[in-house]
Design a protein around this ligand. Structure first.
Ligand SMILES: Nc1ncnc2c1ncn2[C@@H]1O[C@H](COP(=O)(O)OP(=O)(O)OP(=O)(O)O)[C@@H](O)[C@H]1O
Length: 274
């Protein structure tokens, strides 16, 4: 066992304010462990994510940020060796309950990945796909309106309104990422998970996505994994710091970046490791 692992023997409590008042909470996780086969990747995470807040998750590579994020809409179900223990509640309902419809869950808790992944379909059909499979609208005029609204909310309507029937793969990387956000929004999610959504984008495209996150936070709960501390500072109200699968500290973003309580958080934000 390395000395840093010894530091965590019997680890339980997180520093800061991981829990919120019930009426402010959208997602609650309690005692969440995640395993890949017999290797444990996440250890006993208790964390609340509030309504209409942007929560940033930061930490060194391999600390489990993406693994934890993916438990929040059961994306980990797609990995055979992955096992999740503990409680994850969305509006008070355990999303790992037997009766939970995972397709509907992933509409309620949408996810945007690191690399934009539009379907090999037209721009219109990328956005219309989710509403169609969920039977949200039946008439073409209603679908047109829904597609336009989602593209407007994702700040890409003006750039694509004259080429809706063209392949989405012909858009720039930043446009594709905003299209993927429109696709997520089109099925009226409550929560949007973002796994390093700007890491494949240039600074201008990144700035547009960050502005968009700010606008979306008025209507949606957002949890974002990012390697960029500057980005976490720009877009989030609260930040959670992970280390070796443990949630070390949670607090207002301002506090985490100016006066963290835990030495590991301080070492990371001052660039001593990571
Ligand atoms: N599909 C998988 N199978 C086995 N182990 C995995 C799998 N995905 C992740 N892991 C392991 O789980 C741990 C956490 O990985 P994860 O990708 O969640 O970390 P991360 O903090 O998001 O890393 P990064 O910042 O580099 O993306 C790592 O040790 C990783 O090797």
């Amino acid at each position: 066992m390395s000395s840093i692992e010894q530091t965590f023997e019997g680890w339980k409590s997180t520093v800061g304010e991981p829990l919120l008042a019930q009426q402010d909470t959208r997602i609650s996780t309690r005692n969440v462990d995640v395993f890949y086969a017999d290797k444990q990747a996440i250890f006993g995470v208790d964390l609340d994510i509030g309504k209409n807040e942007v929560l940033a998750m930061i930490g060194p590579s391999g600390c489990g940020k993406s693994t934890f994020l993916r438990t929040l809409n059961r994306m980990n179900d797609t990995i055979d060796t992955c096992k999740v223990q503990g409680d994850i509640l969305l509006d008070g309902e355990n999303i790992y309950n037997k009766g939970m419809d995972v397709v509907s869950l992933r509409a309620r808790v949408g996810i945007v990945f690191q690399k934009p992944n539009p379907f090999p379909k037209s721009i219109y059909d990328n956005v219309a796909y989710g509403p169609r499979i969920h039977g949200l609208v039946s008439r073409r005029a209603e679908m047109d309106e829904l597609v336009e609204t989602a593209l407007r909310k994702a700040s890409i309507w003006d750039e694509v309104k004259d080429r809706l029937d063209q392949p989405a793969t012909g858009l720039s990387g930043g446009q594709q990422q905003r299209l993927c956000i429109a696709r997520t929004i089109a099925v009226s999610p409550e929560v949007i998970l973002m796994d390093e959504p700007c890491s494949a984008l240039d600074p201008i495209a990144t700035a547009r996505i960050e502005e968009l996150i700010d606008e979306l936070s008025n209507n949606y709960t957002i949890a974002i994994v990012t390697h960029s501390m500057q980005q976490a500072a720009r877009v989030s109200q609260r930040t959670a710091y992970f280390h070796l699968g443990r949630l070390i500290e949670v607090g207002t973003t301002d506090k985490i970046f100016t006066a963290p309580d835990h030495r590991l958080t301080e070492d990371y934000i001052t660039g001593r490791f990571g």
